[in-house]
Design a protein around this ligand. Structure first.
Ligand code: AMP
Length: 318
């Protein structure tokens, strides 16, 4: 029996299904969560489906989260989507249900859940959920809304089909989702839209980017700088891909100061793997997109040295 069939059987036999995703969500986290919820709700109307997590105003267009209590988890099937590590699950009771399942496309560094369906070659968890639907299309229903949500997740995690995780299967999934009613133009437009403060911060990022000879690059966004642009941590997502558009940049870090004074590090790459570096600094992620933390300026300098080293090594090898 494939893991997908095992998961479908668990869904069929559960009365309450709780679908969770990671903190600080992106379109793939929410798209896969609410997309799967829509598929299960429509296919099995008698089941109770809950989608907990913090509601972010910027993602209202994708849908609404549900309030859950500890009692909801009694005898529940809990599906955790797009979340590599347990501390990053958004919601405190995720491991108190009857069965815990992981569905993800990140490296399986924290192998929780039984069963686990982890495919690191998939572009996104939303693509996995589409595959799950397609493999069981005789028993499942894909509404136009579910198609829109999964399309939004794929577009988000592939940077609109730009990143290397985009495979022919990704394009086939996107086409099938459009055929099922996803308005690709509307979703692409929403995900491409930025606010004026983010546009101005983009100019700051390009202006203040430090680029090293190795192809490593970085910029530091302190609280003072973000305050001057009237921007919070959540709005920095829009500027994270920008350094990668520069021809000479291979790998980059954006240090975003947190209210407590420490820094969230957003690491991206077009070649050298940066997830091992992220793991050294309380983080992790994909080879080409990771996150980590730096407690102070000294750790920032350390990360920059390591990033430089990784980029140098990569230059030697290619
Ligand atoms: P971000 O820059 O926050 O969008 O993170 C990019 C990717 O890195 C995410 O998809 C996660 O897989 C991973 N990631 C970010 N922060 C952490 C962390 N603190 N620990 C482990 N993985 C992380």
């Amino acid at each position: 029996m494939t893991v997908q069939t095992e998961i479908l059987n668990l869904i069929k036999s559960a009365k309450t299904i709780i679908i969770q995703r990671h903190q600080r969500p992106d379109p793939d986290a929410i798209g896969s969560q609410l997309g799967l919820a829509d598929i299960i709700k429509t296919s099995f109307p008698d089941k109770r489906i809950l989608t907990p997590g913090k509601q972010y105003h910027g993602f209202d267009w994708l849908g609404q989260m549900d309030e859950v209590t500890e009692e909801d988890y009694h005898d529940a099937l809990v599906l955790v989507l797009d979340t590599a590590n347990q501390p990053r699950v958004d919601g405190e009771f995720y491991n108190t249900g009857k069965t815990l399942v992981k569905i993800d496309h990140h490296p399986n560094d924290d192998a929780f859940g039984d069963p686990q369906w982890v495919d690191v070659d998939a572009s996104s968890t939303s693509e996995l959920i589409y595959d799950f639907y397609a493999a069981n299309a005789a028993e499942l229903t894909l509404t136009a809304n579910a198609a829109r949500l999964l399309y939004a997740g794929i577009v988000g995690d592939t940077g609109r089909f730009l990143y290397s995780a985009t495979k022919p299967s990704t394009m086939r999934a996107a086409a099938a989702l459009m055929e099922a009613g996803a308005d690709a133009t509307a979703v692409n437009r929403i995900e491409d839209t930025i606010t004026l403060p983010v546009a101005r911060l983009s100019a700051y990022v390009y202006e203040h980017l430090t680029q090293l000879e190795s192809g490593a690059a970085y910029v530091i966004l302190t609280n003072d700088i973000m305050d001057s642009f009237e921007i919070g941590d959540a709005s920095t997502a829009g500027v994270v891909p920008l350094p990668g558009r520069i021809d000479t940049v291979e790998a980059w870090a954006i240090f975003v100061q947190q209210k407590e004074g420490d820094f969230r590090i957003r690491l991206r790459s077009k070649g050298p793997a940066i997830n091992e570096l992220a793991k050294l600094h309380d983080g992790g992620g994909h080879p080409m997109a990771s996150g980590a933390k730096a407690v102070d300026q000294q750790e920032i300098e350390q990360v920059v040295r390591e990033l430089d080293q990784v980029a140098r090594q990569y230059k030697k090898e290619v």
